[in-house]
Design a protein. Structure first.
Length: 320
């Protein structure tokens, strides 16, 4: 069985054919009309699917990931900030009408976590906690290769757990969420403040002497060059992640913690340090036994995750 995975973002729609082993056989991308009409947004999805079909791609079901908030049970896109074209938009029914194929919808972190549980770094574990570190921090909880949605589908918003109630205000409205403290933009902001005080070093040179030019990518380059400011900024980020993961372990006690997203490669060098810190932030005496690993899927996590939604519910497709 081959499935089409569709990854919808604010600027692009990526589609790919995925087989039962989690291998992406072919891909196609088209621009997303995020600020147009609902119909224009759907036309962008159709264009990506058409690109796959024109290249000879065949599939028996469609999985879709989209920014939230979503209602995965009803297949609705509710009101994602970076997809203003859709408000309470019945995306799954629209796709099923257009193609006559069973279709599933979920947010990107849930789906990426499911892909890791089925085929990736979480394979073989019955309870997987997945986190994607990037512009934001998203999470997914996977029990026995099924996503935990909660009562209304809004569960697993782990990026918005507060670890400092006096901290900066997050985009969600709360203060001190791990997202506002340890995401990519937070790392860059931390490094800017430190570089401005230091007034020298590789990081400031890469920024052409202006801390305002410091990005997460520049922090990564400076860290690889041994810059102490970048190293300290990332070390502090690792400490915040350890506090957060200690709380996750105390509530959930997952069998494995899988970290994906664009910042995961940068932070992976700090995984041993996070492991050393965990016993200080978790009452679980065996917390250090939980593996902390990088995700298998990188930039293709959205496509793989979308397809995983279909494979995890394949029996229901057959029954219907």
């Amino acid at each position: 069985m081959n499935v089409l995975g569709v990854d919808i973002g604010g600027t692009k729609v990526a589609a790919g054919v995925v087989n039962e082993h989690g291998e992406i056989l072919q891909q196609f991308r088209s621009p997303m009309s995020a600020r147009g009409t609902a119909e224009e947004g759907f036309a962008a999805v159709v264009a990506a699917i058409r690109g796959i079909r024109d290249a000879g791609g065949q599939f028996e079901a469609v999985g879709i990931v989209s920014p939230g908030p979503l209602d995965p049970k009803q297949g609705m896109v509710i009101n994602p900030p970076n997809l203003p074209c859709w408000r309470n938009y019945a995306l799954v029914p629209a796709v099923e009408r257009a193609y006559g194929l069973p279709t599933r919808l979920d947010n990107d972190a849930n789906a990426a976590g499911l892909a890791e549980a089925l085929w990736g770094a979480g394979r073989g574990y019955s309870l997987v906690f997945y986190a994607t570190l990037g512009t934001g921090i998203g999470t997914g909880i996977i029990f026995d290769q099924h996503i935990h949605h909660g009562r209304t589908g809004a569960a697993a918003e782990g990026g918005h757990l507060t670890i400092d109630y006096n901290g900066p205000r997050c985009g969600c409205g709360k203060r001190g969420c791990i997202e506002v403290l340890a995401s990519g933009p937070a790392i860059a902001e931390r490094a800017r403040k430190m570089a401005a005080e230091q007034k020298s070093g590789a990081l400031l040179r890469l920024a052409k002497g202006d801390p305002a030019n410091i990005t997460t990518e520049l922090v990564a380059d400076a860290y690889r060059a041994g810059d102490p400011v970048a190293t300290t900024a990332l070390g502090q980020t690792a400490e915040l992640l350890a506090i957060w993961l200690g709380n996750i372990i105390d509530v959930l006690e997952p069998e494995v913690i899988v970290i994906g997203g664009g910042v995961s490669e940068l932070m992976s060098g700090f995984f041993p340090y996070i492991g050393e810190l965990l016993p200080h932030w978790s009452i679980n005496q065996r917390c250090a036994e939980i593996p902390l690993v990088r995700a298998k899927y990188g930039a293709d996590a959205g496509i793989a995750g979308a397809a995983a939604l279909c494979f995890a519910t394949e029996r229901s497709f057959v029954a219907s």
